[in-house]
Write a protein that binds this ligand. Structure first.
Ligand code: FO1
Length: 344
């Protein structure tokens, strides 16, 4: 474990590692920066959402976190850059109109802003030169003057794949027997606007991949590990699917604390509540507790869920009741402080 001196407002002397998805994790890291030294914070970030479009390597969760910590995120969308322009996307529409049948050239369903494109150009060029995603992520964070250490969960390709419930199938397994279509995460999330029910998830490549050495060391050596308020299935799930990660967290679960992304039975952002229900998990803090009890000793839940604290405890994880909707900076800072306190 790391040594060091506690800064005002923090209860942790050493490193804090945060297991991250996108928007929820980015906002938690931004809050954490107000109560714990940024140089002693490391984010281990989901890359199961990563995609290649126009030949460009796109890492949405890494970019959402980088842009948020740099103060450059678009606050309404929660992804992409503020004051963005979309001229390249507009120009692409010309080619989409003449694309032959069967070609996937010039996709316009995934919006890449003119300035955001520079990040994907840089990442793609450096990966082509042989740099690892870990190297490139550090370079991009440095370019944006982000002091926190941001690590992709792996340097290997892991792709979250989503099976959609087939038309006419009620998802019970006793229906038509027809398996639904499997799509990439971004096809499900952006192209289909996460509006189609899902019947299965698969993390393609995860079993052959390894956590990057830096990510593994961060999760093993940090004084405290926080599981950010991200989707437990598609944001935290891919990190947990890497060989050895769950065992590593289970072995140190006394100093692992999770923050529930489900408040009052609804997701703070995105489809986590629906997806949990569709995949047979209770869409509540109790369902979250069940998922995290093997790897975390405490779960931060919002006061609207205080009546479920005993049910959370019955799952074998200690409930910590704390306002968790990061609506303003004071609530967010208090959440970060309480989360660290819960793990020590
Ligand atoms: N989300 C959308 O809903 N629509 C988009 O067109 C879109 C583009 C996009 C471009 C770059 C980027 O880094 C993220 C982008 N996102 C977009 C967000 C995104 O893909 C999802 O929010 C995450 O993958 C889920 O964590």
């Amino acid at each position: 474990m790391d040594g060091g001196t506690a800064a005002p407002g923090t209860t942790v002397d050493g490193m804090v590692a945060v297991v991250c998805g996108g928007v929820g994790a980015a906002r938690f890291l931004r809050a954490l920066a107000t109560v714990h030294p940024m140089e002693r914070t490391v984010g281990v970030v989901n890359t199961g959402d990563d995609t290649v479009l126009h030949g460009l390597a796109i890492s949405p969760d890494l970019d959402t976190i980088t842009y948020t910590l740099a103060g450059a995120i678009d606050p309404e969308r929660g992804w992409g850059l503020t004051d963005e322009t979309w001229r390249a996307m507009g120009a692409l529409a010309r080619y989409a109109a003449v694309r032959p049948l069967g070609s996937t050239a010039a996709p316009t369903w995934f919006n890449l802003g003119d300035q955001d494109l520079a990040t994907h150009f840089y990442r793609t060029a450096r990966l082509t030169e042989g740099a690892t995603l870990t190297d490139v992520t550090a370079e991009i964070a440095a370019a944006w003057h982000v002091p926190q250490r941001l690590l992709p969960m792996t340097d290997h390709r892991v792709a979250t794949m989503v099976t959609l419930i087939a038309e006419g199938d009620d998802g019970s397994g006793g229906g038509t027997g027809v398996t639904g279509r499997e799509v990439t995460f971004q096809e499900y999330f952006v192209q289909l606007r996460h509006s189609v029910p899902v019947s299965a998830l698969r993390f393609d490549g995860a079993t052959e991949a390894t956590a990057s050495p830096a990510a593994r060391a961060a999760l093993a050596d940090a004084a405290v590990v926080v599981i950010a308020p991200s989707n437990p299935l598609v944001s935290i799930g891919p990190v947990r699917a890497l060989p050895g990660v769950d065992d590593l967290l289970a072995a140190r679960r006394a100093s692992v604390v999770a923050v529930s992304p489900i408040v009052g039975g609804a997701a703070l952002k995105g489809p986590a509540d629906r997806m949990m229900a569709e995949l047979g998990h209770e869409p509540s803090v109790v369902g979250v507790a069940r998922l995290y009890a093997p790897i975390a000793s405490a779960l931060v839940i919002d006061p609207v869920d205080a009546h479920l604290a005993d049910a959370v405890a019955a799952e074998g994880i200690r409930p910590v009741v704390q306002p968790s909707v990061m609506a303003d900076p004071v609530v967010a800072a208090d959440l970060a402080r309480a989360t660290l306190a819960a793990a020590t």
